[in-house]
Ligand binder design. Sequence first.
Ligand code: PRP
Ligand code: URA
Length: 209
Amino acid sequence: MQGVTVVDHPLVQHKLTILRNKETSTAGFRRLLREISLLLGYEVTRELELTTTTIQTPLQEMQAPTLEGKKLVFASVLRAGNGLLEGLLDLVPAARVAHVGLYRDHDTLEAVEYFFKAPGDLADRLVIVVDPMLATANSAIAAIDKLKERGATNLRFLCLLAAPEGVERFRKAHPDVPIVTAAIDDHLNDKGYIVPGLGDAGDRMYGTK
Ligand code: PRP
Ligand code: URA
């Protein structure tokens, strides 16, 4: 599918299976989400631009590759986005962070905003929006609407699991924003849950409900 990358690396798929398993503990779920975020983060940063800098190795001077431009921004869609954020910050420690607080209204499935804080100069930075679940896509679309309103123009969306319905809606709303995911599942159920899915990512991460 255009604009959508499914990361089929064996380690990603293995860890995803353990995340899906309802017997996996809260501690195990958090640890695996952090591990898998490193592998997904590798993929979503694949096209970062490089420049060169002059360094001195112990043997000689060389022109060595280094990341170009301003530090990127990880925009975490709260709460569950934080499960991916921590590993991503291990990968790119100098990254800036935006927090977008949204919850899904259980009846309407609309995203309700309760918090937003982001670096002021989003226009100059690559913004990678992170949330493990893309279900109806209401949350992802609202988060990206808000980030664009605040100036972001260069965005990517990183998730763990997506529903085909959500991917379609997201691509219509934000065709300029590529999606990286570990899997696209079968369908959404009538309560807006991804099937087979992994349940409620926030609840499984934090042991709530
Ligand atoms: C979950 C998930 C996404 C959203 C996806 O968050 O982390 O943000 O649902 O569903 P959608 O694509 O239909 O919008 P939730 O609202 O349950 O909040 P939480 O992360 O605080 O648990
Ligand atoms: N949010 C989740 O955490 N899980 C789903 O299956 C759908 C939305």
